[in-house]
Design a protein around this ligand. Structure first.
Ligand code: PLP
Length: 386
């Protein structure tokens, strides 16, 4: 078997044609493609605004800036996520605290969150923002999170990097039915790709305006927003300290072409996921909430901790690109350098000792999948029940 990655993009001739057309066109940046991608995403999801950026990391950063996160503020993030979710808060000068995960959904634990919120209220250090991550594409408990955001007065941001095409209670992720902002990633390993790229969606006009401004140097060209209304039509204003986080036109057109295929991609992934569960009926998989539909970005299984390393190395040595998503963020050397003791996260620690991500992507065919499962089952000395 040649190398099987844990995930990979699906690019067709239509995608290639769209990109080539842009290369032959007038604009490689700041042309019509980015607004067209944004309005396509917004209308597909039924959300008021979509603001494209050159990565989900940038999109998270401008989302937090637009929510006026800064020094003295706290942002709370689940302990198991990609480092970018937490880094975005640090970019704003805010501090980060972590919340433990639920042992079966692997998403933010509402129980742990409630305990920490009650404590933080007493200590008068409530978070300004809580970031919920839909790990592996399985939606977090958005309706309870929304209730908590109302009672404790924090803003709710969804890091939906894994969750393009997922839904919760009939609302597609990104519609912001429960949250202030949702952020997608279009990295090639995610559900749909623009090469590199991200998108922040919101139903709040002012947040959308601020995010668009932070994406492009803090500059606005909307005359209605100008402080100085006497200038000629050359005039633009820098109103805050922004960045260059713009998405190139080539990426925007690819993103649009891909985004319209998200349902097909998710359907294929769903089939792969169902087949794993059928072939390995006694294995511990991620649990989904009953009222939700995952995008199946990752297929994470939990194995006995004393076997994880040998199974992982065994599969890698046979060309299977298994992975571990993720170590608790606070175990990273950088986070350890910020603070010695981040607290007690028993579920996140246990998860990290047992997790393996198996290959899953739309073009992962059944024959290959069966070979991967045979390898897992044949792993020497395996005590894992499959
Ligand atoms: C991939 C990912 C990001 C960052 O996405 P980029 O587009 O690569 O910046 C952020 N959060 C999570 C959970 C991710 O998986």
């Amino acid at each position: 078997m040649s190398f099987v990655p844990y995930g990979r993009q699906t690019i067709d001739e239509e995608d290639i044609k769209a990109v080539v057309e842009v290369l032959r066109s007038e604009f490689l940046t700041q042309g019509p493609q980015t607004p067209s991608f944004e309005s396509f995403v917004a209308s597909s999801l039924g959300v008021s605004h979509a603001v494209a950026a050159n990565s989900a990391t940038s999109a998270l950063h401008i989302a937090l800036l637009a929510l006026e996160v800064g020094p003295g503020d706290e942002v709370w993030v689940p302990a198991i996520t990609f480092v970018a979710s937490a880094n975005a808060a640090l970019y704003c000068g805010a501090s980060v605290n972590f919340i433990d995960i639920d042992p079966s959904t692997f998403n933010i634990s509402l129980g742990d969150l409630e305990i920490r919120l009650a404590q933080a209220r007493k200590e008068r250090r409530l978070p300004k923002v809580v970031i919920a991550v839909h790990l592996a594409g399985a939606p977090a408990e958005l309706s309870r999170l929304k209730d908590l955001s109302t009672s404790y007065g924090f803003s709710l941001v969804e890091d939906a990097s894994h969750a393009v095409g997922a839904s919760y209670d009939g609302h597609e992720i990104g519609s912001c039915h429960y949250s202030d902002v949702a952020v997608f990633s279009f990295h090639p390993v995610k559900i749909v790709t623009s090469g590199e790229g991200g998108m922040a969606t919101t139903n709040n006009d002012e947040l959308a305006r601020r995010m668009a401004r932070f994406r492009s140097h803090g500059i606005t060209r909307e005359s209605a927003q100008f402080e100085d209304k006497q200038q000629g039509s050359w005039h633009y204003e820098q109103q805050s300290l922004g960045y260059n986080y713009r998405l190139p036109e080539i990426s925007a057109v690819l993103g649009r072409s891909q985004f319209q295929k998200r349902r097909e991609f998710v359907q294929k992934r769903k089939e792969v996921s169902a087949r794993y569960r059928e072939l390995m009926p006694d294995t511990v998989f991620q649990t989904q909430l009953a009222n939700s539909a995952s995008s199946h970005h990752l297929e994470i299984i939990l194995v006995p901790s004393e076997e994880r390393r040998s199974l992982f190395e065994y599969l890698r040595s046979h060309g299977i690109g298994v992975n571990v998503h993720y170590a608790p963020v606070f175990t990273q050397p950088y986070y350890k350098s910020l603070r010695e003791d981040w607290g007690f996260f028993p579920n996140a620690m246990d998860y990290y000792e047992r997790a393996i991500s198996l290959p899953i992507y739309p073009l992962f065919d059944e024959g290959m999948q069966k070979q991967v499962v045979e390898l897992i089952k044949g792993h020497k000395g395996s005590q894992i029940i499959f």
